[in-house]
Design a protein around this ligand. Structure first.
Ligand code: DUC
Ligand code: ZN
Ligand code: ZN
Length: 483
């Protein structure tokens, strides 16, 4: 497969079945200095030549919702830092991650960003950008810090409507949205009604209902539906585009559909857990359901189907992992309060960076639910566009970074945590069969995954400054959520 020649290309991928967000065609790809410099037929060999005959080649995945090494307020600790998280991403075909720099109340957002650079620096094996989580939108944050950070390349902000240490009230969200609109940032909204969750949780605990499965009862669909509707209203009043993150089912989808019908620029994300997990996983014997505690919780099978339909009909803009990895058998993980801990004490989040693309390729593309162009849109291109990284990322085009995945398809592989590369001690997808996995992942032309081995290097990953997303500036004028 490999030949050595004097060549103007570092690497040439021959006979690639190139799949982008729009096209599917066969060509050779020439790579120089980490960038795609030629696409055509009969390219000469490179210093390294890879024959991809018969294989799909897609842009590397852009996972735009990832928590790595994020400090928590309850004594729990995330299993993955930038070393293990980006390693795991590369092995599953993802070449860009966008984790969150979390502002602590009473502290500056800039301090959070500086802290995150320290955490990532020298550890990341693939490229990364940062979203900002704003938990304390003071006048200084709104007037000085956010405008300066947006100008510096941090052009997306997440706000929470729940979680005591992060949640904003409606007025605070309005202030952040107004700031984002003026300065050209995208705002991501975690939409769940905090007071409803608090009240329902108290009632469940008073009745002695503490098992993991009651996590789902404490955060029913209606708390997500109400908050989604409210987030849309706050977006409408400020004329600021938003992305509703981790949409879990039908009622939230209906709200977004209603908003789009009014011409409002509401974008939507879902995650593999809402396609592949359900309330049955939360109800596993004993404490095992804690492995699938995340928020919003996995719903029933009818909601899974509603999410699949949303992937097919254009409702969803992106599929992200919401990788928030906590060990299961660990006093700093899911067992923070032991195996008898209440559902309300279990850290929220599941690992999923490495399995996101293989699961969606298998059950989406190979099962005939979505075509490969839609797969690329949902997992790579649209995220790059939403967050100001396109066309450097999310594309196979001359001038784009050579972030590429060469796929093995038609295989039979069983997901086993032992074979994954994250640091978490479990995967919620243990035992699930997939029929696709990356044969090879390239990050800026450098092989980071091949022959079943991680080949990347800590420190290869670069920080990406994000542009102000076109979809924010243009959507404000156009008033739609087309991408
Ligand atoms: N929910 C979030 O909002 N973030 C991290 C994990 C989770 O379950
Ligand atoms: Zn969230
Ligand atoms: Zn999250």
């Amino acid at each position: 497969m490999t030949a050595m020649y004097q060549s103007s290309f570092d690497t040439v991928i021959l006979n690639a079945r190139i799949a982008t967000a729009a096209d599917l065609y066969t060509a050779d790809i020439g790579i120089l200095d980490g960038v795609v410099v030629a696409i055509g037929r009969d390219l000469p060999n490179g210093r390294e030549t890879i024959d991809a005959r018969g294989r799909f080649v897609t842009p590397g995945g852009v996972d735009a919702h990832v928590h790595l090494d994020q400090p928590t307020s309850d004594g729990s600790k995330m299993a993955d830092d930038f070393l293990t998280g980006t390693r795991s991403a590369a092995c599953g075909g993802t070449t860009t991650v966008i984790p969150f720099a979390l502002q602590f109340k009473g502290r500056s957002v800039r301090a959070a960003v500086e802290d995150y650079h320290t955490r990532a620096n020298g550890k990341a094996s693939i490229d990364y950008a940062f979203h900002l989580i704003v938990s304390d939108p003071t006048e200084a944050v709104l007037k000085d810090e956010l405008p300066a950070l947006i100008a510096d390349g941090y052009t997306s902000i997440k706000v929470y409507m729940t979680y005591d240490d992060m949640k904003l009230d409606d007025r605070q969200i309005i202030d952040v949205l107004a700031c984002a609109r003026v300065h050209g940032a995208m705002t991501m909204v975690h939409a769940e009604n905090s007071d409803c969750i608090g009240w329902l949780t108290e009632r469940l605990l008073a009745a002695g209902l503490t098992a993991p499965k009651y996590h789902g009862d404490s955060r029913p669909m209606l708390v997500e539906r109400e908050a989604t509707h409210r987030a849309i209203a706050l977006s409408e009043v400020t004329e600021a585009p938003i992305l509703i993150v981790h949409v879990s089912g039908r009622e939230a989808i209906e709200q977004i559909h209603w908003a789009r019908g009014r011409g409002l620029p509401i974008f939507a994300e879902t995650c593999p857990q809402y396609l592949f997990l359900s309330e049955e996983d939360l109800a596993l014997e004993g404490f095992a359901g804690a492995k699938c505690i995340c928020s919003p919780p996995p719903r029933d099978k009818a909601n899974q189907q509603a999410v699949w339909t949303g992937l097919q009909n254009g409702m969803f803009t992106i599929v992200s992992s919401d990788h928030a990895p906590f060990n299961y058998d660990d006093p700093h993980g899911k067992m923070l309060h032991g195996a008898a801990g209440g559902f309300h004490q279990v850290p929220n989040g599941i690992p999923g960076l490495e399995t996101r693309l293989p699961l969606l390729f298998s059950e989406g593309v190979l099962a005939g639910r979505i075509d490969i162009n839609r797969f690329v849109q949902l997992t790579s291109t649209n995220a790059a566009k939403l967050y100001g990284l396109y066309p450097r990322k999310g594309a196979i085009a001359v001038g784009s970074d050579a972030d590429l995945v060469i796929w093995d398809t038609g295989i039979e592989r069983t997901i086993r945590n032992d074979e994954l590369h994250h640091a978490a001690d479990y995967t919620p997808y243990e035992g699930r069969e997939v029929r696709a996995w990356p044969a090879m992942t390239l990050s800026r032309g450098v092989t980071v995954w091949a022959d079943g081995q991680f080949r990347g290097q800590a420190g290869h990953g670069q920080f990406l400054r994000c542009e102000r997303p076109d979809v924010v500036t243009s959507q404000v004028k156009a008033g739609t959520a087309a991408i």
